[in-house]
Write a protein that binds this ligand. Sequence first.
Ligand SMILES: CCCCC/C=C\C/C=C\CCCCCCCC(=O)SCCNC(=O)CCNC(=O)[C@H](O)C(C)(C)COP(=O)(O)OP(=O)(O)OC[C@H]1O[C@@H](n2cnc3c(N)ncnc32)[C@H](O)[C@@H]1OP(=O)(O)O
Ligand SMILES: CCCCCCCC/C=C\CCCCCCCC(=O)OC[C@@H](O)COP(=O)(O)O
Length: 284
Amino acid sequence: MELWPGAWTALLLLVLLLLSTLWFCSPCAKYFFKMAFYNGWILFLAILAIPVCAVRGRNVENMKILRLLLLHIKYLYGIRVEVRGAQHFPPTQPYVVVSNHQSSLDLLGMMEVLPDRCVPIAKRELLWAGSAGLACWLAGVIFIDRKRTGDAISVMSEVAQTLLTQDVRVWVFPEGTRNHNGSMLPFKRGAFHLAVQAQVPIVPIVMSSYQDFYCKKERRFTSGRCHVRVLPPVPTEGLRPDDVPALADRVRHSMLTIFREISTDGLGGGDCLKRPGGAGEARL
Ligand SMILES: CCCCC/C=C\C/C=C\CCCCCCCC(=O)SCCNC(=O)CCNC(=O)[C@H](O)C(C)(C)COP(=O)(O)OP(=O)(O)OC[C@H]1O[C@@H](n2cnc3c(N)ncnc32)[C@H](O)[C@@H]1OP(=O)(O)O
Ligand SMILES: CCCCCCCC/C=C\CCCCCCCC(=O)OC[C@@H](O)COP(=O)(O)O
C-alpha cells in the first residue's frame, strides 16, 4: 500500500504525541520507558566499547573504559550519587569489595567508586546479554554458574590466586541476587571464603535504599539521590575457614546499620515497606 508522503510525517507526529502523553500522564509508562532506555543505552554503549576494549583483549584495564562510558548515565536520570568514605580503599594491595544489591541501577553507584583493577563477579547469564555481555567479558568480569555450587566455588578459589598474582580487586554482591525489599538478604559466604583464602581485607560498600526515586513493584522511577558509603576495611589476616560465618555476619551487621542510617526514611525501608500491608512489611 502506498502512503501519501505527508502521511508518514503525520503518523510520526501521532506516535510522538502518543508517547509524550503516556510519558506525562502515566508514571507507569514513564517507568517502562526509562528502564527500556537504561538497558538499551547500555547495550548501545557496549557496542562502542567493544572495539576499543578488543584492542587489549580480555583485560581488567578495560574496566576503566566501561566506567568512563557509564559515568554520565546518572545525569540522564537526574540521580545524584553522593560518595563518602572513599579514603578507606586500601591504596595498593588486593582486596574484596562486598556491597548490597538492589537493582541493575546499582551500576550507577558502582561506577562512581569502582577502584582501579577491580572486577565484579557476575552470574553467568549476564555473559549472554548481547553486547553488554561481551563488553563485560572483555573487561575481565568473572562469571559464575549459580546452578553449580561446586563450579562456582572452584572459580572463587582460582580468583583467590589471581587476586594475589595479578594484583586485582574483586567486587562481590554477597546477597547473590537483587533485593528490592528494603533490607539485605542473608549473605552468601563465597566472598568471605575468598578473602580468607587470599588473606586480603574486605571493603564493605553500602548503597542507600532507592525508595525515594525507584520502585519496581510500584513502577515508579523519578529523579533522586543515592548515598554510597565506603566502610573501613575489615582485615582477614590469621582468619581460617571456620571463622567465615562469624566474619560474614559481622560485616553484614555493620552494612545493615549503615544502610538504615543513610536511607531516606532512616530505616532503609523499601517502597513496599512504606505501605501498610506491603509485601516487605513483616521484614523489619
Ligand atoms: C559501556 C558499556 C558497558 C556494558 C556493560 C555493562 C555493565 C558494566 C560492567 C560491569 C558491571 C558488571 C556487574 C555485574 C553484576 C552482576 C551481579 C550478579 O550477577 S550477583 C549474582 C552472582 N554473584 C554471586 O552469587 C556472589 C555471591 N554468591 C556466593 O558467594 C556464593 O556463595 C557462591 C560461591 C556463588 C555459591 O553459591 P551457592 O548458592 O551455590 O552455594 P552457597 O552459597 O550455599 O555455598 C555452599 C557452601 O559452600 C561454601 N562456600 C562458598 N564459597 C566457598 C569457597 N570459595 N570456598 C569454600 N567454601 C565455600 C559456603 O559457605 C556454603 O557452606 P556453608 O553453608 O557450610 O557455609
Ligand atoms: C550492578 C548491575 C550491573 C548491571 C548491568 C546492566 C546491564 C544492562 C544491559 C543489558 C540488559 C540485559 C541484562 C540485564 C542484566 C542485569 C544485571 C543484573 O543486575 O544482574 C542481576 C544479578 O546480579 C542477579 O540476578 P537476579 O536478581 O538473581 O536475577
